[in-house]
Design a protein around this ligand. Structure first.
Ligand SMILES: [Zn+2]
Length: 490
């Protein structure tokens, strides 16, 4: 241990004492939870104890959000190729990443689903929870299992869970109402809580309903009106109960597809894009009805997982990762009602990645400038978005891909979330540390991380979650997070 490491270690000890005694508005404020997301590869590459030591000493971290289930590269594996590897870990890309369950799936919990719980073949003899949990306990750190709605399309049984799209075709994504999907998530909740004495669970879904997908209202892929869903028998049943006419919804979505494709071919309607879009919603209110139905399928999944988690472990928190689109699209934001979340959430990790947020916001604007905001220039669409989202201090469209969003955005989004969180639900902003961006796009600096963590804590956050995985983070950036946490405790 060198002198700096010793001092940082000492600072951890002192800061944890300080937090207990920091008065805020006359009341005692609980110490913020400082979390970090990490996947199995980091513990294997660098040694479990060394990684936990870095978390504590550099990042002032007290809670590890362990990636236990995903087939995606966002929260597991090393830095994806195309972006430089950070200054720790194995200096080699893991192009053959597969994914699955990085703990040990116990088959008895998955009897109600055709979806096979696959042990991730990446590390066949390694159980990340069994390894990290006891080591974290020794350091008085907590462990939350963190898993997301990202499957591989060759998972055995997955075709029995797929959505049906507007043209009646099987869509390569699982339906939340399909019992195979629902029971898979409930099984994973039960498996995590019964097989391991972990401190809580977090689930993330980065998908949205058919209307938002059709108009491309996200920073992700293109507008995709031809493949929206879900029109599977389970969703048709739910529609009947909700009294939404499925035939009318289908007709509405087909009309929406024609409208999007027309704009793509630069055939602008004589009445303009927005008026004709709104006309579609008036002619087919079932378009909105189906959007709501899809979102309720996800909410029902949250409710069911929350109930299952609390049936097994009443005192342990269960919360949700709220997708970054919440920061860009007012359409998706309208469906993320924090007040309603209180009924089935102990905490929300609201993604507030300000660095990658710049290029992502630019991508969102490019998407919706081809559909619902096609009457506006992309610059005007961005300014409208800033107004609707209440971001007064962000950069122009030309500048945001390289500049990113500001720490003011983090502070504002934190305040907005905390204001609707009620007395019990905790708000943990997700902080961006070295999330990959394009070659000439914004990269994370220590000042960015310091500003974002400070913005979140000043905004009244109950903690932060350093994201999206340790295997991507440069150590000087992690150190800046720890400094912001310790300075806030002074
Ligand atoms: Zn369905």
């Amino acid at each position: 241990m060198d002198r700096r490491e010793f001092l940082e270690g000492a600072a951890v000890a002192v800061s944890s004492l300080l937090f207990e005694a920091v008065p805020l508005g006359g009341a005692q404020r609980a110490a913020p939870m400082i979390g970090i997301q990490a996947g199995a590869i980091s513990f294997l590459d660098e040694g479990t104890d060394k990684v936990l030591e870095n978390f504590q000493q550099l990042g002032a971290v007290d809670t590890v959000f362990l990636a236990t289930f995903t087939y995606g590269r966002g929260i597991a594996g090393r830095m994806p190729r195309g972006t430089p590897l950070p200054d720790h870990g194995k200096q080699e890309y893991d192009d053959n990443f597969h994914g699955g369950n990085f703990a040990t799936p116990h088959p008895q919990y998955y009897r109600g689903t055709m979806l096979q719980p696959e042990k991730a073949p990446d590390h066949p003899n390694y159980d990340v929870v069994a390894d990290v949990l006891p080591a974290a306990r020794q350091r008085k750190m907590k462990v939350i299992c963190w898993f997301e709605d990202v499957f591989g399309n060759d998972v055995p049984g997955i075709k029995d869970a797929f959505e049906v799209d507007v043209h009646g075709r099987s869509a390569a994504r699982v339906c939340y109402r399909n019992p195979n999907t629902r029971n898979f998530w409930l099984g994973l909740v039960e498996d995590h809580f019964r097989s391991y004495d972990v401190d809580g669970l977090m689930f993330g879904s980065e998908r949205q309903g058919p209307l938002n997908a059709a108009i491309g209202a996200s920073h992700g892929g293109d507008p995709s009106p031809a493949t929206v869903g879900c029109f599977c028998p389970h969703c048709l049943d739910a529609a009947k109960k909700e009294r939404v006419d499925a035939d009318r919804a289908r007709q509405g979505y087909l009309a929406l597809e024609t409208w999007v494709n027309g704009l793509k071919d630069a055939r602008k309607p004589i009445d303009g894009a927005f008026v004709t879009f709104w006309r579609l919603l008036v002619d087919y209110p079932e378009i909105l009805g189906w959007e709501r139905l899809w979102t309720e399928g996800l909410r029902d999944t949250y409710r069911a997982m929350y109930a299952k988690a609390h049936e097994i472990a009443a005192a342990k928190p269960m919360g949700w990762h709220i997708w970054h689109t919440n920061s860009f699209a007012p359409f998706y934001r309208a469906e993320q009602d924090y007040e309603k979340f209180q009924e089935y959430s102990d905490f929300l990790k609201v993604v507030m990645y300000n660095n990658s947020g710049g290029p992502r916001m630019a991508r969102y604007v490019r998407n919706v400038s081809r559909t619902v905001f096609a009457d506006l220039t992309p610059d005007a669409a961005l300014q409208l978005s800033y107004s609707l989202l209440q971001y007064p201090n962000e950069a122009s469209l030309a500048a945001i891909p390289t500049k990113g969003l500001s720490s003011d955005y983090v502070a504002r989004e934190t305040k907005r979330a905390v204001a609707s969180a009620g007395a019990k639900m905790k708000i943990y902003p997700g902080i961006d540390i070295d999330i990959p961006t394009g070659t000439n796009e914004k990269k994370t600096t220590p000042d960015d991380v310091y500003g974002a963590v400070k913005g979140a804590l000043d905004g009244g956050a109950h903690g932060v979650i350093l994201s999206r995985k340790y295997s991507e983070m440069r150590l000087d950036n992690l150190r800046a997070a720890g400094k912001a946490v310790r300075d806030a405790a002074k």
